[in-house]
Design a protein around this ligand. Structure first.
Ligand code: PEP
Ligand code: MG
Length: 756
């Protein structure tokens, strides 16, 4: 008999038992009989988790007196080892195994061979199914397979019959049931509370046994076709991660999506009587076990990607598609994900999305910038996140201190609420600064502008009392659109923003696509082959070659600003000629509009971003050409330190308050002294109080920052004496202290300047 046939026979009989109204213990007693009969086993035993121990619940072949008496800890004996490692053991001589433990009450001494498989529920072992024989032999693969399939059905039977505690059935380790504290990196500061929602919800398998095998087979075929189609489309899809890993991950995905062995194994599992969903899960369990045996960290790293792919197949086959965003949020939500793309985050209902916790993420990745713009706190770099948090868990997110409490105890929740109230009060205090102009103590007016990019941001402008929009990331409209936004749509957005800003300036940055801002409909051969997209064919480089794109944008901007001032800024300018080339695209469009007798902007100011270090070496050539220069510290620091801004491993490695960056920035500000060029900062650095203090001390008087930072930065500005901080910075940059951040913080504290 084949494994599939044996398993099918077992399954059919188990099916009847499961449907019967027998007492749970009786069911288990019947189950061991059925397995023993069909697999011709001398011993069949089922151990289940109870109070953290594996307890013998049913046996055929061992002493019946041992039932509910023999107990093993996880990790103890062969059974405990199987449960602990969630893996199969197949031994010709059980006693020869180093973990073997003899339990006299079982009477097992006469049996030599032993095979055991974990009974898995939600990725954890809730029990063990084992067989034994007198004859010392290793079990055939087909026998092991039959056992594994049986174990899968058993897991359903066990959980449906409350044979183990709910928490144990959920396979929860103690750290998954009680309160747990998690720590990570504060990517967007703030407090939030809500219930955990997984960005990619786990598929629930309602039916394990198939009614009609042929139907299940067809479902799997169709799902495979669909999944392969999706993978093939992914090459150019933003949903699929960032940076140089993109290729690597994609190749792994492709390899598995087209792996015939995978499909065959699923088919075999269906042959044994499982539904398509159960068969995929069954094979996934096996893959997980095999992957665990491979002692290669790189392959282990890919484990999550494989899981993603198998989950994708499960989602397709079960019709449980989409992310939590498409299913809609039901209440205050803390979103849980490995990582997210900026466009994915934007799909969420902003009223209900209160916070985000990621396993990855870095301060300047675009998803974090978007979250910051949305005012949603983000905790990133949380190791093992998905093993700790369950869907629906209550979470108190403290992204001020880089921690979160999962399933908090009442006193903790109360203390958090008190802090939360205080923090809301602080926000309200900041709101009071809305109409206060940010003058330093010594009387210098600092320009505090806002970064934006979405239509929704417009309302923030008045809410926070910014001096205008210092960086309008026009590519956000492209990121959230399924298709290239046509001129008319661009025009409407730009016009609405200009209208809302009134007489305050709005600096429109032309599209900066590429890097982690992949737009599927705009990528083509060249960009896809970029090994390092952040330094590749992106931003102005792309826009100048696809000048149709820049032309359309130029027209939309010029028309939107008719009769008013237009501020245009070009991203990633690396050499002055690129600025000239971009400007001339605008000038050509302007000439055209003029020829059409259209109302032109009353003034056009052209500026550049300084984010490529090379540009700083040719400021003498650049400055006479431009009317303003904005430093994009996000990209600038990644290029200065050669440290990918989206790489979570580098997220904490380099500090904005390092002499290298600050000396660089001071050199730029000195070069602009006496030039008719308005100089500013528009990277995330300017939105942090301590960093802003340093920037004021090295000559910067215009900061464009995320809306939630406007209040705190205004508050800071009002406490600063520019002469004092300038002198201090000059001293530290001449002779850097061991840690400039600490030194600066102490300096501020001594003067009663409150910084976060
Ligand atoms: C920057 O690089 O600092 C910047 C402001 O632009 P972006 O973050 O959009 O690349
Ligand atoms: Mg940039």
């Amino acid at each position: 008999m084949t494994a599939a046939a044996a398993a099918r026979l077992i399954l059919t009989q188990l099916h009847e038992i499961m449907a019967s109204r027998m007492h749970a213990q009786r069911k288990l007693d019947r189950v061991v009989e059925i397995i023993a009969h069909n697999l011709d086993s001398e011993v069949v035993s089922i151990y289940l988790l109870r109070e953290g121990m594996l307890e013998l619940f049913a046996t055929r072949g061992l002493n019946k007196e041992a039932v509910h008496v023999t107990r093993m800890a996880i990790g103890e004996g062969l059974t405990g080892t199987i449960a602990d490692n969630v893996e199969t053991l197949n031994l010709a001589e059980a006693k020869a195994h180093p973990d073997f433990q003899y339990r006299p009450e079982t009477g097992e001494e006469k049996f030599h061979s032993f095979a055991g498989v974990p009974i898995v529920y939600r990725e954890r072992a809730i029990g063990v199914l084992c067989v034994q024989h007198v004859d010392p032999r290793r079990y055939e693969d087909i026998e092991i397979e039959a056992l594994q399939t049986t174990a899968m059905v058993l897991s359903e039977l066990i959980s449906n019959n409350d044979l183990v505690d709910e928490e144990e059935a959920l396979g929860l380790a103690p750290e998954q049931t009680g309160p747990a504290n998690i720590a990570g990196l504060s990517l967007v500061k703030g407090l939030a509370s809500g219930n955990a929602v997984y960005h990619q919800p786990r598929v629930t398998i309602d039916q394990v046994m198939a009614d009609d095998i042929e139907v299940e087979r067809q479902r799997v075929y169709r799902a495979f076709d669909k999944m392969r189609e999706q993978i093939d489309n992914m090459a150019s899809n933003a949903e699929f991660g960032v940076g140089g890993e993109h290729e690597e991950v994609l190749n792994t995905y492709k390899m598995f999506a087209y792996d015939e062995g995978w499909g065959r194994r699923i088919n075999e599992a269906i042959d044994s009587g499982l539904t398509a969903e159960a068969a995929i899960e069954r094979v996934q369990q096996r893959t997980r076990m095999r992957m665990r045996e491979i002692d290669d960290p790189l392959l282990q790293d890919r484990m999550h990607d494989l899981e993603d792919l198998a989950n994708r197949l499960l989602r397709i086959v079960s019709g449980q598609m989409g992310t939590a965003a498409t299913q809609g949020l039901r209440g205050d939500t803390i979103l849980i994900a490995k990582n997210l793309g900026p466009a994915e985050l934007l799909e969420y209902d902003k009223r209900r999305l209160k916070g985000v916790i990621l396993e990855e993420g870095s301060l300047t990745s675009h998803v974090v910038i978007v979250a910051r713009a949305m005012g949603v706190p983000v905790l990133g770099r949380v190791r093992g996140l998905r093993g700790i948090v369950r869907e629906g868990d209550e979470i108190l997110l403290d992204a001020e201190n880089g921690t979160a409490t999962v399933r908090p105890a009442q006193p903790v929740a109360d203390a958090f609420e008190t802090r939360f109230t205080k923090s809301r009060k602080r926000q309200a205090d900041y709101a009071k600064l809305r109409d206060v102009e940010p003058f330093t103590r010594c009387g210098t007016r600092i320009q505090v502008m806002m970064n934006a990019g979405l239509r929704e941001d417009i309302s923030n402008l008045n809410l926070v009392g910014a001096d205008g929009i210092g960086l309008f990331r026009t590519e956000f409209q492209f990121l959230v659109s399924a298709t290239l936004p046509q001129r008319e749509r661009q025009f409407r957005l730009y016009r609405d923003v200009i209208d809302a800003a009134g007489d305050r300036p709005v600096i429109f940055r032309t599209v900066d696509i590429g890097g982690d801002k992949a737009v599927p409909y705009l990528r083509s051969g060249e960009a896809e082959n970029d090994e390092n997209p952040a330094m590749g064919w992106r931003a102005l480089r792309l826009a100048l070659e696809r000048d149709g794109l820049l032309k359309v944008q130029a027209r939309a901007l010029l028309e939107a600003a008719s009769g008013r001032s237009l501020y245009v800024m070009f991203p990633m300018v690396s050499e002055p000629w690129e600025f000239d080339a971009a400007k001339s695209v605008f000038e050509d469009q302007l000439a055209y509009l003029k020829s059409q007798k259209k109302v032109l902007p009353e003034a056009i100011h052209y500026g550049a971003m300084l984010e490529v270090p090379a540009l700083a070496e040719v400021l003498d050539q650049l400055l006479p050409r431009i009317s303003f220069l904005s430093i994009g510290t996000n990209d600038l620091t990644q290029f200065l330190f050669a440290a990918d801004r989206a790489n979570p491993k580098l997220a904490e490695r380099y500090d904005w308050l390092s002499p290298a960056i600050l000396r660089f920035l001071r050199r730029v500000s000195l070069a602009a002294v006496g030039q008719p060029v308005d100089l500013g900062i528009c990277g995330e650095m300017g939105g942090r109080q301590l960093e802003a203090l340093a920037l004021l001390g090295i000559g910067y008087r215009r900061l464009s920052i995320t809306p939630v930072s406007i209040g705190p930065i205004k508050e800071l500005v009002r406490q600063v004496d520019l002469a004092q901080i300038t002198e201090a910075m000059n001293g530290w940059l001449a002779h850097p202290p061991e840690n400039l951040r600490t030194t600066l913080a102490e300096w501020a504290a001594e003067r009663g300047i409150s910084v976060d």
